[in-house]
Ligand binder design. Structure first.
Ligand code: ADP
Ligand code: ZN
Length: 727
């Protein structure tokens, strides 16, 4: 510093999309101005990658190894709240900060502005000679708006040479047209819904929260069809009015065309969409336009939380209980919980909406941390469906079938009234298990510990874990006997087969995510809504988001299905799913019926659904959670240790277990072989960390990982804080 000739080189930490524990240091070239949040291109080994300049100190680094930033992108910096959020997310989930940055940066072409396209604009001069074609062109362009050459010719219905002629005469001048916004700005006054009294009261509370600003969480708790969407749209309108950006998270965004239409009905334009089915070019545009503030409202899947909003002022999490909010890939996080954190960091309100809130949110509302807003009735004259269980012990299906006489009769009555029935079974394919009747051989995935599921439409046996598939053989591979393979249990395809036999004149559609792409599904859902099917057989994707006006019967083929899997949330999940599915019926005022086929009609879940007394069910579940110290009364973390061989995985898991610190508040369970002991050829063990509500689970796990053996060879350790899955 004392020598004039010595100019200290500026060094900054950069988060690169890598599983590194710390940011890497880079030199800032002369004349480049970077700050925390700047998006830059940096060399990384032999490659160049995009990274985010972060704040904080840099590691000391050998000057010879120090490499300069290659480029500062022409892009606004990620804002300070977002940087804080990223840091928080990495800390909380025990993920390398670079992997969180990677989630922000997965839009390679969006860091430079989209280039303007060449266009033409009316220059104010009349052509020397007017023709009909020229008049049509001028009529369109006279207001001075810029057009592309081909766009203008096409719109005017003339050949491009007509336009060229006008250019030659100086009637049009060349201009550059900036990239167009992917969606128009929402208009808060476009078509405000006339809310019912109860809806009005709920909306007012949300609007107040947005007006007041500051962090708050509201739990919008209303039965299916009560108009939660209409209600939170008013909060969205308020936030837009305040000049804020809004994020609406939806669990199954790719399938919620209806949601986008409803948004359009209310605001006169669609929201920006964000999900994994967007074309890459569109993803990049949406990302860039969110960053630049052109897009004011995003409707997105969980990953939309990592979009670079600059003025975020409200997040709505619709169907907040939905398990799809949990990401279990690289960075394991729950988008519902992260949304609340994002609101806290950005100091703005968060709305959680559900007909069947998660136990966590129920408890938070019960203890006053969240503001509970109730909607008790369905909108307008629509009544809730009449719900009944069918005791399968007393009313069994005919041999080889899965539909009880009572359900068959209800479907017949519905067909007779020319209304729609939904048969729900959360199992893809034809049969979940295939075995040989002679030797008992079961078809299992070679790489996973799961049975192969027969998909008869595709003629294959498929592993639902890894996608492995093989043709269904004629002969048993074990004993060689021909034609003695039997399908055990039903999947949707098998129910469809039974329905086709039982109701030969009905139009039947099977909806299952494996049978069609998102585009097809959207079309099918629209067709159903228009009444083009009588019986719809589907997995859980039919439970979400769609309103079928003519659907008056919902039959749950196997209501017990989710109860038997040893997951502490099994009852809660089953309750939520069954409420949601049966809630599909009778949305538009017709008398409707929900029937649950069950072997356990006295199970608390069935009772709660049939009686409509969800409160008693929740109270009981909450009590049970509290007694066993499970979330939200205690904390869980889980470590999944996997390796190419069973012994490596087990040894590593045991060594980690031994490295666990001693804590009066935290205990370690396991290692135990995971219920899914083998996935994609990797053997899996689990450790479960259970702590009290105040326990520092993350600190404990970090200490364990630091003291234990490092990942080496084929061994991988995945941390899952607040695990949802125990498989
Ligand atoms: P939820 O999200 O609570 O299940 P929705 O918001 O989907 O309920 O509303 C159910 C149906 O009732 C939708 O078709 C919706 O358009 C209609 N609806 C609800 N409230 C109103 C309202 N105030 N005005 C007009 N239609 C409404
Ligand atoms: Zn497999």
């Amino acid at each position: 510093m004392s020598q004039d000739s010595f100019i200290p080189q500026k060094i900054v930490p950069v988060l690169v999309p890598m599983p590194a524990e710390r940011p890497y240091s880079y030199a800032v070239p002369d004349g480049m101005e970077v700050k925390a949040g700047s998006i830059v291109r940096v060399p990384l080994g032999p490659r160049e990658v995009a990274g985010i300049v972060t704040d904080g100190s840099t590691d000391s680094i050998d000057a010879k190894k120090l490499r300069p930033i290659s480029e500062l992108f022409d892009c606004p910096p990620v804002d300070g709240d977002m940087l804080r959020f990223m840091r928080w997310a990495a800390d909380y989930t025990i993920s390398p900060p670079g992997m969180v940055a990677r989630m922000v940066l997965r839009v390679p072409a969006a860091f430079d502005p989209e280039p303007p396209v060449p266009g033409l604009r009316f220059a104010g001069r009349e052509p020397d000679r007017m023709t009909g074609a020229r008049a049509r062109v001028l009529e369109l362009a006279e207001d001075g708006m810029a057009w592309t050459r081909t766009g203008l010719a096409h719109a005017a219905g003339v050949s491009a040479t007509v336009v060229d002629g006008l250019v030659t005469q100086g009637v049009f001048e060349h201009v550059m047209i900036p990239p167009r916004p992917v969606v128009a700005a929402p208009d808060v006054d476009y078509a405000k819904a006339a809310l019912s009294g109860e809806q009005e009261g709920a909306a007012a509370q949300l609007v107040d929260a947005v007006s007041a600003g500051g962090f708050s969480v509201s739990l919008l708790d209303g039965v299916t069809g009560s108009g939660k969407t209409e209600v939170y749209f008013e909060a969205v309108a308020k936030a837009i009015e305040k000049g804020k950006q809004v994020l609406i998270l939806l669990p199954e965004i790719a399938l919620t065309q209806q949601f986008l239409d409803r948004f359009h009905d209310r605001f006169g334009s669609k929201p920006g969409e964000w999900h994994s089915d967007l074309a890459p070019r569109m993803r990049e545009r949406v990302w860039r336009q969110v960053m630049e503030g052109q897009i004011r409202v995003v409707a997105g899947a969980r990953s939309a939380l990592f979009l670079p909003f600059q003025e975020l002022g409200l997040i709505v999490v619709d169907e907040e209980h939905d398990p799809a909010y949990k990401q279990e890939d690289r960075v394991y996080y729950n988008a519902r919980d992260m949304a609340v954190v994002r609101g806290h960091i950005g100091n703005f309100p968060v709305v959680l909406a559900s007909a069947t809130p998660s136990i966590e949110s129920q408890v938070n509302a019960g203890q006053g941390r969240y503001n509970r807003i109730k909607l008790t009735g369905r909108y307008a004259e629509a009544a809730m469906p009449d719900l009944k269980s069918i005791d399968m012990r007393r009313s069994p299906p005919r041999p080889g079938g899965f539909l009880s006489p009572a359900l068959v009769e209800a479907i017949n009555r519905t067909l007779h009234r020319q209304e729609q029935s939904l048969l729900f079974l959360n199992r893809r394919g034809y049969a979940p298990l295939t075995l040989c009747r002679v030797c008992g051989h079961r078809f299992q995935c070679p790489d996973c510990s799961s049975w192969l599921v027969e998909h008869r439409f595709r003629g294959q046996l498929v592993c639902h874990q890894c996608g492995h598939h093989e043709a269904r053989p004629e002969a048993c591979p074990s004993c060689g006997t021909l034609d003695h393979l039997v399908a055990c249990g039903p999947g949707v395809e098998r129910i469809a087969e039974e329905a086709e036999k039982t109701f030969p004149d009905a139009r039947i559609i099977v909806l299952s995510s494996d049978l069609m792409g998102v585009k097809r599904l959207r079309l099918e859902l629209d067709a159903i809504a228009r009444g083009e099917a009588d019986i719809i057989i589907g997995t859980q994707l039919v439970a979400k988001g769609h309103n079928f006006p003519n659907m008056t019967l919902v039959g749950v083929v196997d209501a017990d299905l989710g109860l038997a899997n040893g997951d502490p949330r099994a009852a809660e999940r089953t309750f939520q799913l069954l409420s949601q599915v049966t809630g599909r019926a009778g949305r538009t005022g017709k008398k409707s019926l929900g029937l649950l086929q069950t072997y356990q009609p006295d199970h608390p879940v069935m009772r709660a659904i049939v009686s409509g007394d969800s409160q008693a069910f929740y109270e009981r579940e909450i009590e049970e959670r509290e007694r066993s110290g499970l979330p939200p009364f205690g904390r869980l973390g889980s470590l999944i240790i996997s390796a190419a061989t069973r012994v490596e995985a087990e040894n590593h898991a045991r060594a980690l277990r031994r490295a666990a610190p001693v804590s009066p508040q935290i205990s370690v369970l396991g290692p135990a072989e995971a219920p899914l002991a083998l996935v994609r050829g990797r053997h899996r063990f689990r450790l479960l960390i259970h702590g009290t509500r105040k326990a520092d689970i993350q600190g404990f796990i970090r200490a364990m990982l630091a003291a234990g053996p490092k990942e080496r060879g084929s061994v991988r350790v995945q941390v899952d804080i607040d695990p949802q899955s125990f498989l």
